[in-house]
Structures are given as structure tokens and as C-alpha cells.
Design a protein around this ligand. Structure first.
Ligand code: OAD
Length: 236
């Protein structure tokens, strides 16, 4: 028998949802590149010091992501968006796999690895080239250095996106938290906002997180296995 889903629904995803697509998580095994931790490369200081090194890392990640396809968990969230009247997908991922799976209403808290932003004129462009012909790349308009259009440690999140995510978390009746270690702020606060406003919290993660103790339901397993199964029992 199917249990109805209370609406509106908010979903927060992290690197774990893309793990089964082959994209390494940040805090798990296999995420390291040349022995650098992401915190050493994903910063404005690292980019000022050595833009070529930071771009080599992004070029490597872009190549890796380009070879990955959305998995059953991304596809399930796209199906949920199509089937439910009010679902907001909030992601910390920059890989674009939610959109590739068919989700439309996606709030990207940390930007997108397939966009560049000019450090001179501010121009934002999509760039799907793998691998980049020039490292570090330069703006075709003004010649200044381009940077990935992502949020680095120590930087603010795009305000409009954060506001929309906050609003979705505050008004949802169900919050699904999928594949995030729930330790990076401000994203990690969104489930707490939902809880404070009386939402039901469902966590999807093979490992325990700081949120687990407060979750009403926990799907302990890889998202591509447990999320489709959970949705099949509930889809309207
Ligand atoms: P993390 O790498 O911190 O956490 C990944 C989470 O996914 C962990 O809790 C794993 O247990 C879980 N996980 C692993 N495999 C999974 C699977 N198959 N299915 C479901 N869950 C699985 O990634 P995030 O929480 O996304 O920020 O990290 C948050 C932010 O920290 C990132 O957006 C990035 C990073 O530094 C910036 O770059 C600004």
C-alpha cells in the first residue's frame, strides 16, 4: 500500500548522490588529487597563489564528471519533481547531474563546474570543453583570468539561491537529505530549518551523520538503491 507524500517537498543533496555515478565524494576515499585536500585548492587564496594548479584540478574533475552519467537516485528525484506538485531540489553538487537526469527546479548552492566567471568583467559563460585548451583560461572579452563559477571555502553563497533554498526548507512538510555529510554550512542548516518548522526529515546515507539522530526515517544504504525503492512505495 502506498503512503502519500506530504507536500511541499524539499530535497537537499550532496556528493554522495553522485558517488554511484563515479564522482568521488569530498570526505570519502578517492577524492584526493595529487595529495591535495579540497580545502587546499577550493579557496580564493589558492587561486591567487597558483591559478594554473587550481585549474588543473578543476580540469581533472571536469574530465571525470564528463565521463559520468546520472544514476537511479538522480533519476528518481527527476521523477519525483514531475509527479509532485511542489518539489524544490537543493544541491551542494556542482556536477550538473541532476539537470542531466531531467530535474528542472534545481537550486545550486555551490555553483556549477561547467560555468566560468571572469575575474575581470564578471562575465559568466557555459564551457563544456574537456579538457581545456589553455590553463588557466582567459576571458575572450577582456583577457582577465577566468575562474570556475563555483563557491569556494570562505566565499559567500549566491544570495538569491540561498534565500530560495531557505524559503523552501522553511515551508516544506517533508525534507529528504541525500548523500551529504551535513557538516558544511550554511547548507547543513537547511534540514534544521525544516525540522524547526515541523517538517518530516528523511535521511538517505549509508553512514551516520550529525543529522541522523534527528531524522524521522533513515534509509541506510547507497542512494541509487534505497531511494528508488522508497519512492516506488509512495509514488502517487
Ligand atoms: P561529503 O564528501 O562531505 O559527504 C558525502 C556523504 O555522502 C557522506 O556522508 C557519505 O556517507 C555519503 N555517501 C557516500 N556514498 C553514498 C551513496 N552511494 N549514497 C548516498 N550517500 C553516500 O560531501 P558533501 O556533504 O556534499 O563544498 O560536502 C559538502 C561540501 O563540502 C561540498 O559541496 C563541497 C565540499 O567541500 C564546496 O566545494 C564549497
Amino acid at each position: 500500500m502506498s503512503e502519500p507524500i506530504p507536500g511541499p517537498v524539499a530535497v537537499l543533496t550532496g556528493a554522495g548522490i553522485s558517488a554511484e555515478s563515479g564522482v568521488p565524494t569530498f570526505r570519502g576515499e578517492g577524492g584526493l588529487w595529487r595529495n591535495f585536500r579540497p580545502e587546499q585548492l577550493a579557496t580564493p587564496e589558492a587561486f591567487r597563489r597558483d591559478p594554473a594548479l587550481v585549474w588543473e584540478w578543476y580540469d581533472w574533475r571536469r574530465g571525470l564528471i564528463d565521463s559520468c552519467a546520472p544514476n537511479a537516485a538522480h533519476e528518481t528525484l527527476a521523477e519525483m519533481e514531475a509527479a509532485l506538485p511542489d518539489l524544490t531540489l537543493i544541491t551542494q553538487n556542482v556536477d550538473g547531474l541532476h539537470q542531466a537526469a531531467g530535474s528542472h527546479n534545481v537550486l545550486e548552492l555551490h555553483g556549477n563546474i561547467w560555468r566560468t566567471r571572469c575575474t575581470g568583467c564578471g562575465r559568466v559563460s557555459e564551457d563544456r570543453q574537456v579538457l581545456l585548451p589553455e590553463i588557466p583560461p582567459r576571458c575572450p572579452e577582456c583577457g582577465a583570468l577566468l575562474r570556475p563559477d563555483v563557491v569556494w571555502f570562505g566565499e559567500s553563497l549566491p544570495l538569491e539561491v540561498l534565500d530560495a533554498a531557505w524559503a523552501a526548507a522553511a515551508c516544506c512538510r517533508l525534507m529528504l537529505v541525500v548523500g551529504t555529510s551535513a557538516v558544511v554550512q550554511p547548507a547543513a542548516s537547511l534540514p534544521l530549518v525544516a525540522l524547526r518548522n515541523g517538517a518530516r526529515l528523511v535521511e538517505v546515507n549509508p553512514a551516520e551523520t550529525p543529522l541522523s539522530a534527528q531524522a524521522h526515517e533513515i534509509l541506510r544504504g547507497p542512494a541509487a538503491e534505497v531511494l528508488p525503492e522508497w519512492w516506488r512505495k509512495r509514488e502517487p
